[in-house]
Design a protein around this ligand. Structure first.
Ligand code: SF4
Ligand code: SF4
Length: 478
């Protein structure tokens, strides 16, 4: 009996040592010196325990009397902790309803013209649209004018790293040019290839969903899901104008598509880790370029099947993508206002294609984000412009959620000349998707006590306000 119990206890301890070692290796790769020390300490401690256990077993200590009681007691504690951290406790039925679970009142569709990016990118002082908009919203005029003086949405690009910023700004702008190339109507709303003679290719919804998802992943997406579009998340009026298409400005957006295929691409961990420096914006823009590339091809694929499709990417949005992504089961919305995915946290960028091709929608997911964010607050504490609420969720336009202050966030972008990304960098869900972090994610997704424990461990291992890391050689900002 004591031999069996000893081997169970030894196996659990060896497993702990192995987790410590793999965590240490992962932290070294991720350049997380402080966390690596804790990983090494865990490994050495457990290794010492395993060696002591084998020594005591050889001396017969566990065979009877006090030694046997120590073995039983130790095993009970270990199994108790294991059960307490793995048992499914703390589910959130509201999350399983997707964005419908957030609705607490009347939701008004957002006018894209009111979005801070649209106002500042699109409106030109002196133009007819400029006059029309600020007549309706005089409260923004002085505020936006002061911003424009600083030099556009990112202020002076890369200014936080001047004068070493130039190569990173060059790379950022190179990627940024791609979504613009793909933002003409024939690209985002493609026609069927003549090869198909205007014939539809008949597919069952199941087969179409499987083909569409497989294709999307094969051309670069990391996550993909399908939702029936809730019309509340379609923008009311067009506010972002490219290619001088001013007739579209302020026009009602009418979308007759029933489904959206929503996808996420992963932002490079080593670049996000440098936020708010100029190297982090390379990751953002490269992902917007990738998103435009994927969405454009996917829309063309669906058009070739004989259905209508519209690509949504940085330079063409018909709808807000975070709520669509939540409804498509890609994740939940976090305190910082971004989509939080299980595998990459907020370290993603989104794209989508809307379509009338009959598909099978996915279900929203409960991955424990709301509970975790209630305890954590790290992004709010680290945000240099205090744009993320420290308080509990509030009712905003008929939905109960945490509301990012996009105006003050955008001001900070102008100040540093990058898209900041500090909140994304410090978020405990943003760690590299390596084995130890996968294990932690699996636990916090299903268990409330794990959320508390790993929240605390994140503070200890990575610090309350982690500093930016050095960039890889090719993207140096120092
Ligand atoms: S991007 Fe920066 S300024 Fe904006 S909310 Fe995140 S941390 Fe704050
Ligand atoms: S940093 Fe913490 S509070 Fe903020 S989004 Fe991430 S988990 Fe939630």
């Amino acid at each position: 009996m004591d031999t069996i119990l000893f081997f169970v206890a030894a196996t659990l301890s060896i497993l702990q040592a192995a987790i410590g070692l793999s965590f240490f290796v992962a932290c070294i790769r991720e350049l997380e010196a402080r966390a690596a020390i804790f990983g090494a300490a865990q490994f050495l401690l457990m290794l010492g325990l395993v060696m002591a256990m084998f020594y005591l077993q050889a001396t017969g200590f566990f065979a009877a009397g006090a030694g046997f009681l120590v073995l039983i007691f130790g095993l009970m504690i270990a199994l108790g902790i294991l059960a307490g951290l793995t048992w499914p406790i703390g589910s959130n039925p509201k999350a399983l309803a997707g964005t419908r679970g957030l609705i607490v009142g009347q939701v008004t569709r957002v006018d894209e013209r009111d979005i801070v990016f649209a106002r500042n990118r699109t409106l030109r002082p002196g133009s007819e649209q400029y006059q029309a908009y600020y007549k309706l919203h005089p409260e923004y005029e002085q505020y936006d004018a002061a911003r424009r003086k600083k030099g556009g949405p990112l202020g002076k690009p890369g200014s936080i790293d001047k004068p070493q910023d130039r190569p990173n700004v060059a790379a950022t702008l190179a990627s940024l040019s791609i979504p613009l190339h793909l933002s003409t109507p024939e690209k985002f709303n493609p026609s069927q290839h003549p090869e198909f003679n205007q014939q539809r290719i008949e597919l069952s919804p199941r087969s179409a969903s499987s083909r569409i998802k497989g294709y999307t992943l094969s051309i670069g997406a990391k996550l993909v899901g399908i939702t029936e579009i809730n019309p509340l998340w379609i923008y009311a009026k067009r506010g972002e104008i490219f290619h001088e298409n001013w007739d579209d400005w302020g026009r009602e957006i009418e979308l007759n598509h029933r489904y959206a295929v929503v996808f996420a691409t992963e932002m490079a961990f080593e670049l996000v880790g440098t936020a708010p420096h100029s190297s982090t914006t390379i990751a953002s823009m490269a992902n917007y370029a990738g998103g435009a590339f994927i969405a454009t091809q996917l829309a063309a694929y669906i058009a070739n099947l004989g259905y209508s499709a519209s690509a949504n990417h940085l330079r063409h949005y018909d709808a807000a993508l975070v709520p669509l992504a939540v409804d498509a089961g890609l994740g939940e919305t976090g305190r910082l206002g971004y989509l939080m995915t299980k595998d990459f946290g907020p370290r993603v960028r989104l794209g989508a294609v809307t379509t009338d091709l009959p598909l099978i929608p996915d279900n929203p997911v409960d991955i424990g984000v709301e509970d975790f964010c209630r305890i954590c607050k790290k992004c709010a504490r680290c945000c240099p412009s205090n744009s993320i609420p420290l308080d509990d969720q509030e009712a905003v336009n008929g939905t109960r959620r945490w509301k990012l202050n996009a105006e003050t966030c955008f001001d900070y972008w102008g100040k540093v000349g990058t898209d900041c990304n500090i909140c994304m960098r410090v978020c405990p869900w943003s760690h590299a998707n390596t084995l130890p972090h996968k294990l932690i994610r699996a636990l916090i997704t299903r268990n409330r006590y794990s959320r508390k424990l790993f929240n605390l461990m994140d503070e200890i291992f990575y610090g309350k306000k982690p500093k930016p890391k050095s960039a890889p050689e090719w993207a140096r900002y120092e």
